[in-house]
Design a protein around this ligand. Structure first.
Ligand code: AMP
Ligand code: MG
Length: 484
């Protein structure tokens, strides 16, 4: 017997549809969005569901079926209103007043079991008033690339949005950067907020200080609520945003991640990382590495990310000046480097195995590590993975043992910069007890995944999908990344 794809009353039993959706953004009024409808697709095949996120929504993964996902996040049954958010942004330095959700909408907002409000945003859900010449769609490869970026960054401890699901939708899309026609998908992104720097920039463009203030109050109430009772809450908000963004870039840098499109419409007002298009994890430590093929000047290169994010924070002062004193914002921004340095050091030291280190030792070790990585064509991620895999208490007794079981140590072990680095690493280890040495091994393993989704790794899981619809490698990789 062939069963119908969905029964008529299925939606009332679908746990994803019966979540307690709160109309928080909707209640701000329609100056911020347009109501849209979702595309209809010829097919709905669930390709990815993030079970790890369901408990945070109060759901037991065993009670949510794949069909529930397809129904809610592919067919978009029974949910209204769907809101295409309005925003502008500086794209590659040029102001663009024609942006907005061009292939997505805010599906709904749900409070997690942690008390935080989460946005479900779509990508690839059809055309909107902001689609311009675009088809409103997302390629399947684009969907799985975003899943991989988000799960990898999360695994590395970066504050990131994550994907809830990817449904393949059965269309053939034409893209310049993929062999075409290429398969289509619709993705659901769960993030802290889809309010961007560009949301404020748009309101400034239309000279609406009233709406800027309303939105700012909403942002503080919802995402910076601990500041609400402060008399200087606006200045403190900006200072904290600077801190969150500076820390985020430091987290990317230590994780060897190049976002690729740091336009102000891709900067979240909560300081969370999101929107993973042509990103790349760096192959080797090269500040000039650029991920997007269309970034001809290298504006958003790996090494430029901190400077660009600081510039984006500075640009945001223009709309915020309607509510926040410029002097206060300048003071807030002046702490960017301090926050960046502290977070970068914290993340890098953890990757080197240390939760805490004397300041001077930390400086010396970091400088030597970067000098070594910068001067030899060593894979950034292999270096740290090999540290974790081959670490041994013998390294404390004998500097020549350091990385000598690894390809990197074997090929570069005689080089001056490596010996200098290993000498410093060894000296630090000699000051530790055996119990502390054991902890170094654990820390190394915790923060250095054995596999990082550099481009060849992504291609190696995409190839079997493209050639034979074989999802084994992709699923295995995700399982490995999520294991922690
Ligand atoms: P992004 O570079 O992905 O952040 O996108 C920049 C802008 O282009 C946003 O307004 C997107 O909604 C829009 N956009 C990107 N791709 C498409 C597409 N295929 N169809 C419609 N709009 C798109
Ligand atoms: Mg975007």
């Amino acid at each position: 017997m062939i069963l119908p794809e969905t029964s008529n009353n299925a939606s009332s039993h679908n746990p994803l549809l019966s979540l307690n959706y709160e109309p928080v953004l909707e209640s701000l009024g329609d100056d911020y969005y347009d109501e849209v409808s979702a595309a209809e697709y010829p097919q709905h095949i669930l390709r990815w569901r993030n079970n790890a996120l369901l408990p945070r929504l109060g759901l037991n993964p065993a009670h949510v079926t794949d069909e529930h996902f397809c129904q809610a996040f592919g067919k978009f049954e029974g949910r209204k209103p769907l809101l295409a958010l309005r925003y502008h942004g500086y794209q590659f330095g040029e102001y663009n007043p024609h942006l907005g959700d061009g292939r997505g909408f805010l599906y709904g907002q749900v409070r997690g079991t942690d008390g935080e409000l989460y946005d479900f945003g779509t990508k690839g859900s059809g055309r909107t008033p902001y689609s311009r010449g675009g088809d409103g769609m997302l390629t399947l490869k684009g969907g799985i690339r975003e899943v991989l970026a988000a799960e990898m960054l999360h695994r590395m401890g970066v504050r990131t949005s994550r994907c809830l699901s990817v449904v393949e939708t059965g269309l053939g899309l034409w893209r310049g950067d993929e062999p075409s026609p290429t398969r289509s998908s619709v993705m659901i992104r769960m993030s802290k907020s889809h309010i961007r720097f560009g949301t404020f920039e748009r309101l400034n463009y239309f000279q609406r200080p009233d709406l800027i203030k309303q939105l700012l109050n909403h942002v503080i109430d919802t995402y910076y609520s601990h500041l609400n009772r402060e008399s200087e809450k606006y200045a403190l908000f900006y200072a904290e945003l600077v801190q969150r963004i500076a820390e985020l870039v430091a987290q990317w840098m230590a994780s060897g991640f190049c976002h690729a499109v740091l336009n102000t419409d891709n900067m979240s007002i909560t300081g969370e990382s999101f929107d993973y298009g042509p990103y790349a994890f760096i192959p080797n430590f090269d500040p000039q590495f650029t991920a997007a093929y269309f970034d001809h000047s290298g504006r958003y290169s790996y090494g430029n990310q901190a400077g660009i994010c600081k510039l984006n924070l500075e640009l945001l002062q223009r709309p915020l000046a309607a509510t926040i004193r410029t002097n206060d914002m300048e003071t807030g921004l002046s702490s960017f480097e301090e926050y960046y340095d502290a977070e970068y050091r914290r993340f890098m030291l953890r990757k080197l195995g240390f939760e805490q280190l004397d300041n001077q030792e930390a400086e010396e070790l970091l400088r030597a590590t970067l000098r070594f990585l910068n001067n030899y064509p060593v894979s950034y991620h292999h270096f740290f993975a090999d540290l974790a895999i081959t670490f041994s208490s013998k390294w404390r007794d004998d500097a020549s043992c350091i990385l000598n079981d690894s390809e990197i140590g074997r090929s570069l072990g005689a080089s001056e910069l490596f010996l200098n680095w290993a000498g410093i690493y060894h000296r630090i280890l000699t000051n530790l007890t055996l119990a502390e040495i054991e902890k170094v091994g654990q820390t190394l393993n915790q923060y250095n995944p054995k596999t990082v989704v550099i481009r060849p790794v992504i291609e190696s899981v995409w190839e079997p999908i493209a050639q034979a619809d074989d999802w084994t490698a992709f699923n295995d990789l995700i399982q490995e990344i999520q294991l922690i």
